[in-house]
Design a protein around this ligand. Structure first.
Ligand code: G1P
Ligand code: ZN
Length: 543
């Protein structure tokens, strides 16, 4: 095998965000763009010599080409083994599982998650560490630093590897093992859940629609739900992964999964609706006539996890990202387990999971997961819901309403303002930051500020500090508004405004979220002067 050492120069802007490096696909296709980032990552982990990796992606445009480049670079850098999903396909949780099961030194996941795919859309690369989880901040900082100093990269001059054929081949001294992307993930799910109970649920006439959104979970959901659990064929919709996700936005929320929402709110709704995103780590849960917010879903899963075999002895703790509602905190308090509030992004859960401090984690952005892998896991959440439904023999609506009665309800909504000019978004955030100290005690739109701060996180496991993680406004009466700039966008800035209001236990739980949150929203808009800074207050997406 001929190894070519090629000269290169640093490329600006290769700083990983909330979830890896995300850019327009055409940017990733520019000469040296991908090569620099991969070489910088290998440099940042102390080289690839003798190491093993997992590589796979969500099948979006440029997935296969990027994988061939990574294989050739891994071989040239002296890696021992790379495990690849057949046809380059691996969902993010399945990749995390393969890293853990095979004890590899990490893995490359090629995805821009729920962002659209295609030559004019988005691409991304994320490095996961040997625990199967996203690289922690100190590693992403090292990777970024390496991208600013890079002057050469190594690549093998060999033919492409045939990714369609399961089995082993060699690239020089490196073994490439092409594996079935679903097999070991499915085996893991079988150890966690009561598949017999779920099978009985389906054979008893339970109906479901799973929308794979033309993304990576199609083959996983078809194999597990239809072929293994006996859900009727056709339960999985849009199950063939497409390079451009059928020109859709593979984001499982009421906006982008509208056909599923319409079905679930209509007269012919099945018992359960669910969807997952581009790379299979997000989930949406909808009952007949009722959408379950991700924050509520996290709380309900935590409260009922003991009904599934993997968690029957109880959970050790719950972690949620800061903007996620406090519904899960109520469950943790009732169970008498620890509860952690972390910055946005799954990478902050890794230490807590590794240390056994938490079993279940979640984010308001449709991510829930447990200690079975080190990523959020869309199908896992769906299967846990199915397991709970099979045991409780109640509808989704009954379970949700019962939960609110027992614990109280946290009304919740997120507003996204997309493609805002970065300078305007930053000016608004800076002005708000500057005001925080003087806000407590003042009233806006009838809401009295009880606290105002910028969130920072002190990791209780490794002691690291993460600052600038969102501006928080607390209001009397358990209201809260959070402002954050997205770390995953590829165009301008996205401002996220998260609104929440908790009720007393036994309080009113049947209001519409818009009504329940109108006061908090009005106060947040007034305090931030969003209209003045960005010229609008109507979000592009409300979830
Ligand atoms: C968004 C979500 C966040 C999630 C991330 C990756 O990040 O808000 O919860 O972890 O995508 O899926 P953001 O764009 O807000 O930085
Ligand atoms: Zn995702």
């Amino acid at each position: 095998m001929k190894v070519d050492t090629r000269a290169t120069a640093p490329i600006e802007g290769q700083k990983p965000g909330t979830s890896g490096l995300r850019k327009k696909t055409r940017v990733f296709m520019e000469p040296e763009y991908l090569e620099n980032f991969i070489q910088a990552t290998l440099n940042a982990i102390g080289g690839a010599g003798g190491k093993s990796f997992v590589v796979g992606g969500d099948g979006r445009y440029f997935n296969r080409e990027a994988i061939q480049t990574i294989l050739k670079m891994a071989a040239a850098n002296g890696a021992r083994l790379v495990i690849v999903g057949q046809d380059g396909i691996l969902s993010t949780p399945a990749a995390s599982n393969l890293i853990r099961q095979n004890k590899t030194d990490g893995g490359f996941i090629l995805s821009a998650s729920h962002n659209p795919g295609g030559i004019d859309e988005d691409f991304g690369v994320k490095f996961n560490a040997e625990n199967g989880g996203p690289a922690p901040e100190k590693l992403t900082a090292r990777i970024f630093e390496a991208t600013t100093r890079i002057d050469q990269y190594q690549i093998a001059e060999v033919d492409d590897v045939d990714l369609a054929r399961i089995g082993e081949t060699r690239l020089g001294d490196m073994t490439v093992r092409v594996v079935d992307p679903v097999e070991s993930y499915k085996a893991l799910m079988e150890t966690l859940f009561d598949f017999d109970a779920i099978r009985a649920l389906f054979s008893g006439g339970f109906t479901m629609r799973f929308d794979a959104m033309h993304a990576v979970t199609g083959p996983y959901a078809t194999e597990i739900l239809e072929n293994t659990l006996g859900a009727p064929s056709g339960t999985v919709a849009n199950g063939i992964p497409l390079e451009d996700f059928g020109k859709g936005h593979p984001d499982p929320n009421p906006i982008w999964a509208k056909p599923l929402m319409d079905l679930m709110m209509g007269a012919d709704a099945p018992d359960l609706g669910a969807a997952s995103d581009g790379d299979g780590d997000r989930n949406m849960i909808v009952g007949r006539g009722i959408y379950v917010t991700p924050s509520d879903s996290l709380a309900i899963l935590a409260a009922n996890a003991h009904l599934a075999p993997a968690y029957e002895k109880g959970i050790s703790g719950i972690a949620r990202s800061m903007p996620t509602s406090a519904a899960a905190d109520r469950v943790a308090a009732a169970l008498g387990v620890e509860c952690f509030e972390t910055p946005t992004g799954w990478k902050f859960f890794g230490n807590l999971l590794d240390a056994g401090r938490v079993t279940i984690c979640g984010e308001e952005s449709a991510g829930t997961g447990s200690d079975h892998v080190r990523e959020k896991d869309g199908l896992w959440a769906v299967l846990l819901w199915l397991n709970i439904l099979a045991v409780r023999k109640q509808s989704v609506a009954e379970i949700v309403n019962d939960h609110w009665q027992t614990y109280g309800r946290n009304y919740y909504s997120r507003f996204d303002f997309e493609a805002v000019a970065s300078d305007k978004a930053n000016a608004m955030m800076d002005a708000l930051r500057g005001k925080l100290a003087g806000l407590p005690g003042q009233s806006f739109a009838g809401q009295t500020v009880s606290f105002a701060d910028e969130f920072s996180y002190h990791d209780p496991v490794d002691g690291s500090l993460s600052e600038n993680q969102g501006l928080r406004l607390g209001f009397e009466g358990d209201g809260r508004a959070v402002f954050r700039l997205s770390g995953t966008g590829t165009e301008g800035a996205t401002i996220r405004l998260y609104l929440e209001r908790g009720t007393e236990q036994g309080g009113e739980t049947s209001m519409s979220p818009q009504d329940a949150l109108s006061g908090v929203l009005a106060a947040a808009l007034e305090i931030s002067d969003m209209e003045g800074f960005i010229g609008r207050t109507t979000p592009d997406v409300t979830t």
